[in-house]
Write a protein that binds this ligand. Structure first.
Ligand code: NDP
Ligand code: 13P
Length: 307
């Protein structure tokens, strides 16, 4: 049995995909299905009102937003000792840690892993083909998780480069907000392509400085997810950025991971002396520290240098 903690869009979609193949126990603090309306859960999926029921599972997927993960880990001590697969994309604002770092800190006896890569919850729930990265520092444990969590439509590729995989997923959301700003402000598709390219260079710079391999960033969890998120209307980060660029309001109840992560990586980049102008711009813009014209000017006035 696989346990899934968090019944938002992604947790519910994973329950649907994995429930087509075997037993799944799903817990959400507000019940299940609300964030993925119209989805029918397979018979194999049991929705429980008691989170501790998931303790019967040796593998638990943690499908809550990145900024909620530390609190969830602190609340549910029974998670320790299990294989814990973070299904979130972000850097924790309070600690600067990624999801697996949070797991290792709170649950030292757990096997930390992360599932990340280009995949919209609705696509997964519809059974459309999807390829993701499963990153686990312990390769044998990662191989077992890869087998357990792959289905015919949900194909998992494996890596031990946890830092690269989690930073790819976290940072692409920041670039997607910037890409949305470019489109919302009417700067055009060419400008978006330039921004994505520079954003990718930024992602690789920080990830390598923190010990990741550049090849990981070129894979599903980095380049793959960057392309998806910067170019699809389905992305909440992109839509949020587009609203910002157009001067339109955006529903604050919608999960937009890149906002907090931009702030967290700005601090990380400063600590490691890494140049991350896009992340700094997104953090300042979303905090209201600069205006949209100032943000655009900051991007256009970067010094001319070699590519
Ligand atoms: N949606 C997608 O297409 C994809 C999402 N992801 C990642 O998955 C993660 C979750 O996103 P997603 O499911 O889309 O977000 P949603 O906003 O759809 O759902 C978030 C869920 O987390 C729950 N939650 C929030 N805080 C807590 C808490 N402290 N304790 C328990 N539950 C909590 C919410 O409960 P409540 O409803 O009660 O607030 C809600 O069920 C994000 O990191 C996202 O980047 C990854 C790939 C695809
Ligand atoms: O991570 C995602 C796709 O891979 C989902 O992106 P959004 O959170 O921007 O909707």
């Amino acid at each position: 049995m696989i346990g899934i903690l968090g019944a938002g869009a992604f947790g519910t979609a994973l329950a649907v995909a994995l429930g087509r193949e075997g037993p799944v126990m799903l817990w959400g603090r507000s019940g299940a299905g609300a964030r993925l309306p119209g989805v029918v859960l397979p018979e194999n999926v049991t929705v429980t009102a008691n989170c501790a029921d998931l303790a019967r599972a040796q593998t638990v997927l943690l499908a809550v937003p990145a900024q909620a993960l530390a609190g969830v880990l602190a609340t549910h001590g029974w998670l320790n000792g299990r294989a814990l697969v973070a299904c979130c994309k972000g850097v924790d604002l309070a600690s600067g840690l990624g999801p697996t770092g949070l797991i290792a800190r709170a649950c030292p006896a757990a096997i930390p892993a992360i599932l990340t890569g280009p995949s919209f919850a609705t696509d997964i729930a519809r059974g459309l083909p999807t390829a993701l990265t499963l990153a686990c520092a312990d390769d044998a444990a990662g191989a077992a998780l890869q087998q357990q969590l792959s289905t015919a439509a949900l194909r998992l590729y494996r890596t031990t480069d946890v830092t690269g995989a989690e930073l790819g997923g976290a940072l692409k959301n920041v670039v997607a907000i910037a890409a949305g700003v470019v489109i919302g402000a009417g700067l055009g598709d060419s400008a978006r392509a330039a921004l994505m390219t520079r954003g990718y260079a930024e992602m690789v710079r920080l990830a390598q400085a923190l010990g990741a391999q550049a090849e990981t960033l070129a894979g599903l969890s980095g380049f793959g997810d960057l392309v998806l998120t910067c170019t699809s209307d389905q992305s909440r980060n992109f839509r949020y950025g587009r609203a910002l660029g157009a001067g339109e309001p955006f529903d604050t109840a919608i999960t937009v991971e890149g906002v907090a992560t931009a702030r967290a990586v700005t601090a990380l980049a400063a600590r490691h002396d890494i140049d991350m102008p896009l992340a700094v711009m997104v953090a300042a813009l979303t905090l209201g520290q600069i205006t949209l014209p100032e943000a655009i000017q900051a991007l256009l006035s970067r010094p001319l240098k070699q590519e």
